[in-house]
Design a protein around this ligand. Structure first.
Ligand SMILES: Cc1cc2nc3c(=O)[nH]c(=O)nc-3n(C[C@H](O)[C@H](O)[C@H](O)COP(=O)(O)OP(=O)(O)OC[C@H]3O[C@@H](n4cnc5c(N)ncnc54)[C@H](O)[C@@H]3O)c2cc1C
Ligand code: SF4
Length: 330
């Protein structure tokens, strides 16, 4: 690990100014991803701007009746918050499905959204990787890709985004707020992660030097009936090989409202809008759920060793929506 500078920021404007003064600086949240990448050499910042003492650690009700979550709220505090658990249960479940208790107590909401892919070629600096070194190639396409993307990938990169939290936030139409030297801005989660295309090293729509200040969850009655289901290769302490955040409202036997997002299938959380269209107004039963999954997954382009994800996601959609439909009918 090469030497680096360290500074602690005490206010938002100061943090943005410190980062702006040094193009090789990075914000430090909990450090649970960034410091690992510094050890492997995949990240080589000259300076860390520690943002953990910024006044961004609250979860507050918005005037519209949603919730605003500060960027330095820890994953542990987010999952334990009574209003998150009551009004957006899939979000609490998604966070609790990630990492370990110790890591969740360090990791922050802003850092979770910006964590990097777990593709092994990305973290191994002896290998080419278009995301780490643009133009160097993508060995995963011909190599180890059993946990890589089936949707929205390109011939430059087939990595998946590893966050569980971001999948639930995407299903609930969350909006990311940020601050730059030119003032504040915001971007919806749907627009936050860029399509991979020919530029896999460009991952988000955040302007250069932006500090994430928080995430706003709009009010969403259907979100109170939601669930996150994660499939992984061992029972705990592992990233998803496929996951789903779903919310469902059934009235008179038909789907009145639905939210659906997939994780670990694309370079970003995958909002399943095609499936949502098939579901809305249709009879709430396994045939409809399977037809919706098939409609969404028709766009899948699996690689030789990850075709299992298509079946996995189809089964997840049918199982989780069936469970939610049964609960709503009670
Ligand atoms: C063993 C292990 C298992 C894990 N398992 C899971 C899992 O199953 N599911 C899952 O979702 N995650 C998992 N994680 C990832 C973990 O959740 C992330 O490492 C964590 O959320 C990152 O948050 P952080 O605050 O530590 O970010 P940091 O490591 O501090 O930062 C990550 C990146 O975000 C930037 N950044 C941080 N905050 C801001 C901000 N406010 N504004 C702008 N930029 C910012 C940093 O500069 C850096 O580039 C795991 C991690 C480990 C080590
Ligand atoms: S999949 Fe993406 S991150 Fe992995 S080696 Fe290819 S370019 Fe790099």
């Amino acid at each position: 690990m090469r030497e680096f500078g360290y500074q602690r920021a005490s206010d938002v404007a100061g943090a943005v100014a410190l980062l702006g003064a040094d193009p090789d600086a990075r914000f430090l949240g909990g450090g649970t991803n960034l410091v690992d990448l510094m050890k492997s050499g995949a990240e080589r910042p000259a300076r860390l701007i520690d943002i953990r003492e910024l006044p961004l650690d609250q979860i507050e009700t918005t005037p519209e009746g949603g919730l605003r979550v500060g960027a330095t709220v820890t994953n542990g505090d987010l999952a334990a918050h009574p209003e998150i658990r009551r009004r957006y249960p899939a979000l609490a479940q998604a966070v609790l499905a990630g990492a370990s208790g110790q890591l969740r107590n360090m990791a922050t909401v802003g850092g979770n959204l910006l964590q990097r892919t777990r593709c092994g070629y990305f973290t191994d600096v002896t290998k080419p990787c278009n995301k780490r070194v643009p133009g160097s190639g993508c060995p995963a396409i011909e190599g180890e890709h059993h946990n890589h993307a089936i949707l929205g990938a390109s011939d430059r990169c087939v990595a998946v985004h590893p966050s569980d939290m971001a999948v639930a936030l995407t299903a609930f139409d969350a909006v990311v707020a940020y601050e730059t030297a030119d003032g504040p801005g915001e971007v919806s989660l749907a627009e936050f992660y860029l399509p991979v295309g020919g530029t896999p090293h460009l991952e988000t729509a955040l302007p250069p030097g932006a500090l994430i200040t928080g995430v706003t969850l709009p009010p969403s009655p259907v979100a109170a009936r939601s669930r996150y289901r994660k499939v992984r290769e061992r029972a705990s302490y592992a990233f998803a090989i496929g996951s789903i955040a779903a919310a469902l409202d059934v009235r008179d036997g038909a789907v009145h409202d639905v939210r659906l997002a997939f994780g670990a299938v694309a370079s970003r959380p995958w909002r399943a809008r095609t499936a949502e269209r098939v579901l809305t107004g249709a009879p709430a039963g396994p045939e409809t759920f399977a037809a919706a999954a098939d409609a969404e997954l028709a766009a899948a382009k699996p690689l030789p060793h990850n075709g299992y994800k298509v079946t996995l996601l189809r089964n997840l959609v049918v199982a989780v929506l069936s469970e939610l439909a049964e609960e709503t009918a009670r």
